[in-house]
Design a protein around this ligand. Sequence first.
Ligand code: ZN
Length: 411
Amino acid sequence: MSSRDTPVDRVDVRRHNLSLILRLLSTAGPRSRAALASATGLTRATVSSLAAELLERGLIREVGMEADQRLGRPATLLQVDGAHIVTMGVELGVGYTAVLVTDLAGSVVYERRRPLASMSVRPDDVVSVLAAEIRRALKATAANGLVTVGITVAVAGVVDRRTGSVIFAPNLGWRDVPLLDRLRSSLDTSIPLSLENEANLGALAEFRNGAFAGTQYLVYLIVENGVGAGIVADGRVLRGAFGAAGEFGHTTVRPGGEMCACGSRGCLETTIGLRALLGSTVPDLAIGLLNDRRLSPEAKVAFVIDRAKAGDPMALRGLAELGEWLGIGLANVVDSLNPEVIVLAGILSSIAPWVLESATRVMRANTLRMPTECRLETSALGFSAATLGGTLAAAEQLFNDPTMQIEGIQR
Ligand SMILES: [Zn+2]
């Protein structure tokens, strides 16, 4: 026996092969054992043994028959049995929380979005609200006989996924908050919890389920109160050495300009964030709207859109100017990352009719001339992108390791 051929390696190989089969059934749809063998290069006997374990674990099921093309004998098809296993995405936004639960097959089984009216963003208060929302969702899904196998919490800020801490969230005013530890002790659950940046999850959702699914180089740019971005490079979310990749909102576009929530001056966020938008388009309402905790960013932007539709010159000028700053920010993104598509989300989707043209013009004028240009599109996933990404990320753990222990499964 070579030093590499240890029992541990064989366990790893089997886990890898289980993952391979489960993933293939998830992405390619129902397949026979023979088709799985030819798609993976594994032997029929190995595939049968792997399928038996996945069936035993309740992760796949047998469905119908398909005529075997060579022998004319019918073969049983296997498919992912997502129906009783669910994952949860939980978003802590500025001014709201959102929870989405989907089964392994991707169907939504629970959804709730709640404004955080006048709530403080002190970590203790946020933890108790998030825990209550998670408990409520767990109760509702358990009542329907569903088993939750993973929860991803999304935060608009830089997070340490390893420790589950929020390193820096300028718009919440948080630094070094051990969010997952606190949630774990409050929830008292053994369900795996993980923490991720909101825009990274939005990018994952776009890459998996959005209109541009499968685009290997994609940037997801979301503006709500602040500016966030998630980068898909080579089909994977790019996080950077310390988890802060994609913080384009804090790149400097106006040295010495306005003060940003991060403490620097002249960040892109100070030119295209909600504060900048309201200040330049509806200056008479801006302060009142910015201080109003009951209204979501979208509801605040509705005031801008009303005035733009009515032809208000100041609103139109402010939007055009924002489009130009956006174009400068995007030009830097394009020349740094060479994405195929940039998906605009959050309030950028709402104001797209007024900013897309100027943003595209300025972006094109400030990027390298390439035979194929980056496309600028708006997200069709709406408000649920981060929570959807959260459910996908949580399911990913099970797809990576189908042998993970799932409590509460009775077969
Ligand atoms: Zn900044």
